[in-house]
Design a protein around this ligand. Sequence first.
Ligand code: SAM
Length: 392
Amino acid sequence: MTLILGNSVLELKKIQTGTVDLIYLDPPFFSQKDYASNSGTDNKNYAFSDKWNSLDEYLTLIENILIESHRILKDTGSIFLHCDKYASHYLRCLLDKTFGMKNFQSEIIWSYKRWSNSKKGLLNNHQNIYFYSKTNDFYFNTIMCDYSPSTNIDQIMQLRERSNTGKTIYKLDESGKPILTNSKKGVPLSDVWDIPFLNPKAKERTGYPTQKPVILLERIIEIASKENDLVLDPFCGSGTTLLAAKRKNRKYIGIDISESAIELSQKRLSENIVTNSELMNNGRNSYITKKDKELSILNSISAVPVQRNRGIDGFINNLTSKPIPVKIQKQTETINDALDLLIQATNGKYYEDLVLIRTNQLQKQNLFDSILNNKVHIVDSADLLIQSAVCK
Ligand SMILES: C[S@@+](CC[C@H](N)C(=O)[O-])C[C@H]1O[C@@H](n2cnc3c(N)ncnc32)[C@H](O)[C@@H]1O
């Protein structure tokens, strides 16, 4: 459990050969930018520079770090180098040079959603993490994941064997029926990791520029080390790797050239604050909150569904040049409640028309003021129209 203030090129030389189990490094990316931000809570300014005189200067630093990293890793150890589009291609060559091409294990694509009206071209929504082992005898813990929804679980649960010609076939019992197994194992974790970026309000966010999510580091630590192993981060920044290592009961060493980074790492290690990601815990489908009935109403009017908004269920985009918000009255809402929610959700946004779809008779009167002030069109759902017609 050590935090070191200093230049990693020099500090790594002081670490004994063959003593570290896992190295994760998230160095400057050769973006040629200065990074600065404010923590907001303690008003500290955190900054580091990623400006270089030349690509050679940058690559020399990284190569020196990789040479020392290779020396201090155990034979069972691994290194994970985090980078992005700026220099990933050069860094992979350096890793091949220092660790050997045969020890390349994976290129992990850390993928996340980020919305931006970016300039011409594709929106960059991923970073790269190169995983190399020191030798072929590296430690690796396979993590199994759920099958994708399109997987035919029925087929997976049937035992297989090799035929005389080497083909994989279903194993049959004496009566010729397939033999079922209930040992559904799942699929091994892939090299594309869908992990959300820390959102600006996440309580885990420290204000340190380029801070990575603890959950990303916990995953790396879990697959490439055991409890009590030693994890090292030579560019520890806000201390994300160290916190993840502590939470997973690993020993850790963090090095950074910036005093405020080391102070912040110390603070984070004592506070142990991590944001729970709904996306990670419950999957992307947990954001889909619309019921089938609401989706079918939205489909029938060609509206695009909106999730997690109590006042707007969707937008009609094809009737006028401006989108029209639609709210569907819920079974438990009076039409007044539904109208209030629609008006609150659209307040100050200057929509020209609002549509409220009435689905039941839970109704109070006196809607006229709100309707007059906000061009709300209240229309009955097809169900309700049929119900009223039949009951007449
Ligand atoms: C991309 S940030 C790391 C962010 C970190 N992974 C996190 O989650 O907060 C890179 C860090 O490298 C540090 N750094 C740059 N050059 C260094 C060097 N030669 N030795 C040690 N640290 C260095 C910077 O101060 C900065 O904190």
